[in-house]
Design a protein around this ligand. Sequence first.
Ligand code: SF4
Ligand code: SF4
Length: 472
Amino acid sequence: MYKIDSQKAEEFICHEEILDTLEYAQSKSQDKELIRSILEKARLCKGLSHREAAVLLECNDPELVEEIYRLAREIKQKFYGNRIVMFAPLYLSNYCVNSCTYCPYHVKNKTIARKKLTQEDIRREVIALQDMGHKRLALEAGEDPIHNPIEYILESIKTIYSIKHKNGAIRRVNVNIAATTIENYRRLHEAGIGTYILFQETYHKENYEKLHPRGPKSNYAYHTEAMDRAMQGGIDDVGIGVLFGLNTYRYDFVGLLMHAEHLEATYGVGPHTISVPRICSADDIDASTFENAISDEIFQKIVAVIRISVPYTGMIISTRESQRSREKVLALGVSQISGGSRTSVGGYATEELPEENSAQFDVSDHRSLDEIVAWLLKLGYIPSFCTACYREGRTGDRFMSLVKTGQIANCCAPNALMTLQEYLCDYASPETRRLAEDMIRKQMEEIPNPAIRKRALENLERIAEGKRDFRF
Ligand code: SF4
Ligand code: SF4
């Protein structure tokens, strides 16, 4: 039985409700009047239910699909402006006891080089990341209680925050590790993590069990209820996602939105971010064997409908996506991207490319962070290295209420420009620097509040003089 605020996975992600929703969406896919009324509701920026969103996803009328895209662009602009937050993944260890059939770290893969970073290795990786200009990381590690216990993750977080190389600093560490206990989530919270990220992979229980035949991750309920335990452990910024292509995209799309609704209904705060990875090839994994892999067109539609269904939730894509694909979805709703990523363990401190075979997936976008920053600037976006909110205690429902009232924009815009100024002073190539200076000059004039503009201008000067880490 469907129960939105139940603590049981099979009640808040109710299989029958998803099937009913898909049937309803199919039956209404030609109902232009209904679709227009859903779009009118979406225009209020208060979000849509999973049923309404599913109807939009089914719509194939070219005029209405164009309307969906137009609205997604408008909502993106309203909440996120032209800012794109930058981050990089940091792989700590690829030891894993699980058997996920789509991931080369699965326990039976004997061809992959297994690696785990020591604290000294982490220091080298973090210095390399700081020297690129990164301020925000997503930690990644396989599940292995012997090689990667929680104590190792906690020690690594401490090491990362402690490293101050030249003007560099990692100011926010998001963590993507296996589902764990409330107690361990509490310890992660106390270690000062930003967002706890865990992908559901697929919400379809039967397929989930086939895709995860052995290991702790094979427990569907334990995995699906992880965000509830994270919230109970005090983490109020959580990031959800599915790996599109493992199962039919329609099913997982509805499951994803039901998960977001469940968190909002139960804890008063929806997910901080939604990630939209797609299945791709890697060592021992051939993406073409996944019959549910989705086209670029479907992918763009998914991004657009998520954008208008959960306007307050940041959306993330990785370097799995090509430059072309990234460019399309940035306009439609994505607000965070990784840049200059290495998906192998220890990949930043070494110069080797293509990556040796300890990588989790093949990267499609191989450009350096500087190239990505320049590319974003040329497209009219402001690359932002901002990490201000969690450091100012703006997390969970406090963060969401600022987003919902639109007040957060008063912080995001100047913070984006100040952190871009830091980037151009410390790391940018001459060409990127020129583009960034132009962008900062133009965008400063757009800050509506004169007091904030004045303070931001003063801070820009202080950054040029060598001072760092200003924030609103
Ligand atoms: Fe391990 Fe995660 Fe890969 Fe599964 S997806 S094999 S849990 S690293
Ligand atoms: Fe994100 Fe907060 Fe910075 Fe805005 S001010 S970019 S919401 S961290």
